[in-house]
Design a protein around this ligand. Sequence first.
Ligand code: MF3
Ligand code: CO
Ligand code: CO
Length: 266
Amino acid sequence: MSLIMAARIENETDLAGMRSAGKKAATVLEMIEPHVQPGVTTDDLDRICHDYIVNELQCIPAPLNYGGGGGQDPFPKSICTSVNHVVCHGIPTPSKKLKNGDVLNIDITVIDNGYHGDTSKMFFVGEPSVLAKRLSKVTQECMYRGIEAVRPGARLGDIGHAIQSHAEAQRFSVVREFCGHGIAKVFHDDPQILHYGRPGTGQVLEEGMCFTIEPMINAGKRNIKILPDQWTAVTKDHKLSAQWEHTLMVTADGSEIFTLREEEQL
Ligand code: MF3
Ligand code: CO
Ligand code: CO
């Protein structure tokens, strides 16, 4: 028995449950893509996703009323929409109208028959800047490089190092305050998956472990601050930030990504 607890697949029921939840979460990102247009508000995107998750997928949007306690209010919406310099946990609102050149992350977590699927990607509104495109592309590459490091016997520091070294080689920076997480029947479980680190350090990965890899990469400095709404994380220097996320499992020879979309050919 391993001494460090972690979310893991225990049997075929768990595996089928995580595959279904991951697929459904991915479907929401595919469904919302054509709706990401100039003039649409982030609240519109939240309502469309909420209705789809509840009515079409028969799932629960995990962010809605998540967290809270210890002086923090629970998250009030069903998805996170993080526009431009927002790092993560942006709250959808009718006052945030998307305009040409905006870039945003939409982060979807569904609960499907008790299992969680958690995934996010970057969207462009009209034509983004050269920098925004490069930051988004490099951040997606960081996520894939982290995933490539996953196999039994590898260590958590190997994942972090793969991500950090690629981001910093491009003179971008890795956000330290948020990390990937174990996930299955619990939304945010052990272990913490840091997006920076040293190779050969940290917990050893074992077949069956389930977690997310979700690097947040900044165009400027890594520092962030939390807005008075207690959720929205923004870059301190107000430069752009990007994020991509998948939910996956450690398999005998690498990993299985539960939240893969049709557009992804790995
Ligand atoms: N989906 C986010 C993650 O990747 C967490 C969102 S929690 C919320 O872990 F409350 F902010 F929605
Ligand atoms: Co996550
Ligand atoms: Co997420």
